[in-house]
Design a protein around this ligand. Structure first.
Ligand code: GLY
Ligand code: MN
Ligand code: MN
Length: 462
C-alpha cells in the first residue's frame, strides 16, 4: 500500500472530475472454488485498489462528493476470526491508512443505501463483472440485477479512465518492478526449455519465479508450440527440437501492477532458417512501433504502419502481392496478424477493460470493425504517462487460410499457393511494455533479448 496521501490525492482528483453525486466503489469479495470457505486466490478490484489501496476482501468504498465525506464499509474482525486467522489489524485502522476516517460495519450498508435513495441523491456506479457484487449493490439500491448495466454512470467511467490512463511516477516504478519479474520469468523459461519436456513443466518453472518474488501471474500463462492459436492455454504437448514456442506471461506485483510480455524461441536453441526469417520480420514490425510511438500520434496509425511493414515483408517473401497501402486498407494482411498492436497496462493486464475497452482505448474516433482492426484495443492519441504493450504477431492459422481461400478473399493481395507452404509453421509474437514520455517513449524493464541471436544465446545457455 502506498502512503495515505496518494489515495487522498487520487480521490480528490476524482471528486473534482465528477463534481457532484455519491460514488460507490465496491471491492471484490472472496470467490469460492467449490464451496464457500475454499476460495480462489483473492484478487482486488483494480478501481477499488486505485482509490483506497486496501487489498482486503468484502469492502465497499463510498465517496460522497456533495458532502466531501468518504466511507469504508466492511465487517471488522471478531474474536472468532482471531482464533482462526491470528491477530488482525482492524479494518477501521486499515481505512485510516488510506485516509478514510469513517469506517462503518457492512450490516449498515443497506440502510445507508436506502437513505441515499430516499434523499434522491445521484448515485454513481462503475460497470461490474462479478455476480456477487451485482447482487450486493442491486439488493442495497433496489436495482434489477439483470439490468445493472443500465444504471452504470458514463460520467464516472470517463473520469476514472481519464485519471487512471495517465500513470504517475509511483505507478511507473511499480509497473517496472512487475515488468522485471516478468522478464525473469521469460529468461528462466528460455534457460530451462529442452526437447522432451512437457509444456506444463516449463510453465511450472517460470511461474515459480513469480512466486519467488511473492507475486502472482497477471493472467493465465500462454506457453505453447501451437502459437498460431492466439490465446492457447493448453500446456500438455511434449516439446521437440525444431519446435518454436510462444510464451506470453506476466507478473502482478504486490501493489497490484502488471507486466505482460511475449517471447518466441526455438526449443533447440537454434531457429531454423524459415523461423529466423519470419522472426526477423516480426522484429521489424516491433521496431517500427518503437520508432513511431511518441506523444500525439494515434496508436491506430502506429498499428497500421506496423501492418504495412508486415505486408511489405510478406510481399518480399512472395506470400502477398499488389499495392501494400491498398492491401492494408482492405485488411488482407490480417490473415497473418488478426489482433491489435497492444493495450493499456496497469493494475489490470488489459487496463480497465472491465470499464469498457472503447472508453479506455478510443476517444475521438470510433472503433473500426474490420477483421483485425476490430481487435485493436488501444487506438487513441498517445499522451505522456500512458503505459501500454507493443505486441505484433505473425501467424499461419490453417483454418483461417482455408476459409479465406475458399471464399476467394483478397486474391489480389494474397498468394495462397505460397501461403500454403507455411501451414505447419505455427505462429509467433513479441511483446514489450512501453511508457510515453514528454517527447518520446521508453521500453520498461531491463534489456530483453530481441534479435534472433540474442534469443538463441539465452536459450542455449543451458
Ligand atoms: N496476455 C494477453 C495479451 O497479451 O494481451
Ligand atoms: Mn501478453
Ligand atoms: Mn498484451
Amino acid at each position: 500500500m502506498f502512503s495515505r496521501e496518494v489515495y487522498i490525492d487520487r480521490r480528490e482528483k476524482l471528486k473534482s472530475l465528477i463534481g457532484s453525486g455519491v460514488i460507490i466503489l465496491p471491492g471484490n469479495q472472496e470467490s469460492p472454488r467449490n464451496y464457500k470457505g475454499n476460495d480462489y486466490n483473492f484478487e482486488q478490484d483494480s478501481s477499488f485498489l486505485y482509490y483506497f489501496g486496501m487489498n482486503i476482501p468484502n469492502l465497499v468504498g463510498v465517496i460522497d462528493v456533495d458532502n466531501n465525506i468518504e466511507y469504508i464499509f466492511g465487517t471488522d474482525f471478531t474474536l472468532d476470526d482471531i482464533v482462526w486467522m491470528g491477530e488482525q489489524k482492524l479494518l477501521k485502522d486499515f481505512a485510516k491508512d488510506s485516509g478514510v476516517d469513517n469506517f462503518i460495519e457492512m450490516s449498515e450498508f443497506d440502510s445507508f443505501a436506502a437513505k441515499l435513495l430516499s434523499e434522491k441523491r445521484e448515485v454513481l456506479f462503475l460497470p461490474q463483472y462479478r455476480a456477487e457484487t451485482v447482487m450486493q449493490l442491486s439488493k442495497a439500491f433496489k436495482i434489477n440485477p439483470f439490468e445493472f448495466d443500465k444504471v452504470t454512470s458514463e460520467k464516472l467511467i470517463k473520469a476514472v479512465v481519464e485519471q487512471r490512463n495517465v500513470k504517475s511516477e509511483l505507478e511507473i516504478a511499480e509497473i517496472e518492478k512487475a515488468v522485471n519479474i516478468t522478464r525473469a520469468m521469460h529468461l528462466e523459461a528460455m534457460k530451462v526449455v529442452k526437447a522432451g519436456m512437457k509444456e506444463y513443466e516449463v510453465v511450472a518453472v517460470l511461474e515459480a519465479i513469480a512466486s519467488k518474488y511473492n507475486t502472482s501471474t497477471s493472467f493465465h500463462t500462454i506457453f505453447t508450440k501451437n502459437g498460431q492459436t492466439l490465446h492457447n492455454h493448453y500446456h500438455g504437448n511434449t516439446l521437440q527440437d525444431g519446435d518454436l514456442v510462444v510464451l506470453d506471461a506476466g507478473a502482478r506485483n504486490s501493489e497490484g501492477y502488471c507486466g505482460d510480455m511475449t517471447t518466441s524461441f526455438p526449443v533447440s536453441g537454434k531457429f531454423s532458417e524459415q523461423q529466423k526469417d519470419i522472426y526477423s520480420l516480426l522484429i521489424e514490425m516491433f521496431e517500427k512501433a518503437e520508432e513511431l510511438i511518441k506523444p500525439n500520434i494515434t496508436y491506430k496509425e502506429v498499428h497500421l504502419e506496423v501492418c504495412k511493414v508486415l505486408a511489405e515483408g510478406m510481399k518480399k517473401r512472395g506470400l502477398m502481392k499488389g499495392d501494400v497501402e491498398k492491401a492494408v486498407k482492405a485488411g488482407a494482411h490480417a490473415l497473418f496478424f488478426p489482433h491489435g498492436l497492444g493495450h493499456m497496462l496497469g493494475l489490470d493486464v488489459h487496463d480497465m477493460e472491465g470499464l469498457g475497452e472503447n472508453y479506455v482505448g478510443y476517444d475521438k474516433f470510433p472503433r473500426d470493425m474490420q477483421f483485425g482492426l476490430k481487435s485493436l484495443r488501444l487506438a487513441r492519441e498517445l499522451k505522456p504517462g500512458y503505459v501500454f504493450t507493443v505486441e505484433p504477431g505473425i501467424y499461419f492459422i490453417p483454418e483461417l487460410v482455408r476459409r479465406w481461400k475458399e471464399a476467394n478473399k483478397f486474391t489480389e493481395f494474397l498468394n495462397y499457393d505460397k501461403i500454403e507452404e507455411f501451414l505447419s509453421f505455427g505462429g509467433m509474437r513479441y511483446e514489450g511494455n512501453f511508457l510515453i514520455t514528454e517527447n518520446g517513449s521508453r521500453r520498461l524493464g531491463d534489456k530483453m533479448p530481441k534479435y534472433f541471436y540474442e534469443v538463441e544465446e539465452c536459450v542455449s545457455k543451458k
